[in-house]
Design a protein. Structure first.
Length: 253
């Protein structure tokens, strides 16, 4: 197992662990903005506390996440290191995808994963990715989704999200490509950086989550339920690292 989609799957059934029940308040947040903890205010050398670490079932090693000082940016950032490892950082919040739709993030990938392949389970490893999850709406859930949700609730005591967008860096697919996860149709991966020359460089991205969801899934998005960060190499057995700067989700200007 390697990615968030694989976290959601056990024995062919979609199951979403209890990390999705982690809810944190959003005090003093501007209208249309989501409260995502900033890395820049953290002390270098510490580990994330507001974010919940979610191990991946079957992974023998876990991705390591820690706050470090980045001299180029002159601030604290989140660093992830995976050595034949997997595991995600999860932060849950509630937001209206039609209003809080502008996602801004910046990352610096440390290396290429030579044997990765975004279209196969065996190669589904990434040096950098960010997920946005969307809440289940029981009134509009399909029969299959209701059955999957019932299994998840029985096993974990929680209802899984309806779907997830995954923004990824990969040199194995063209920029802008939308790829359905090989593990579940409920996760769509969008290639936001495909340039091998991005390695070792900070690059910033601005995405319209609302538009991306409609293009990827062909439907109106439900409410946003959270965000996840992940670097993983448990499938390929390679090493990978990346740094992430502050992430924001806000309303359109």
């Amino acid at each position: 197992m390697a990615n968030f989609a694989k976290i959601l799957l056990t024995a062919g059934l979609v199951v979403f662990p209890t990390f999705l029940t982690v809810a944190l308040a959003a005090d003093g947040v501007a209208a249309g903005a989501a409260s995502i903890p900033h890395f820049s205010i953290k002390a270098p050398g510490s580990v994330p506390q507001e974010w919940a670490f979610q191990p991946v079932r079957g992974a023998k090693q876990f991705t390591r996440y820690a706050y470090v000082r980045d001299d180029e940016l002159g601030t604290t950032v989140l660093e992830a290191v995976a050595d034949a490892a997997a595991g995600a950082l999860i932060y849950r919040f509630d937001a209206d995808a039609r209003i809080s739709s502008v996602l801004r993030f910046k990352w610096k990938p440390g290396n290429l994963i030579a044997t990765s392949d975004p279209r196969t389970k065996a190669g589904d490893d990434y040096v950098a990715r960010i997920y946005i999850t969307f809440a289940t709406d029981p009134e509009h859930a399909s029969v299959q989704e209701k059955a999957e949700n019932a299994v998840a609730h029985m096993l974990y005591g929680d209802t899984p999200p309806h779907a997830a967008l995954s923004y990824v860096f990969t040199h194995k697919a063209a920029l802008g490509t939308i790829i359905t996860s090989p593990y579940t149709h409920r996760v769509k991966k969008i290639v936001v950086d495909a340039d091998p020359n991005s390695i070792g460089k900070w690059k910033g991205f601005v995405r319209d989550v609302y538009d991306d969801y409609k293009r990827a899934f062909g439907e109106e998005p439900p409410r946003i339920s959270g965000i996840a960060i992940m670097v993983d190499t448990d499938n390929t057995g390679e090493k990978a690292s990346a740094r992430f700067a502050d992430i924001t989700l806000s309303a359109k200007p």
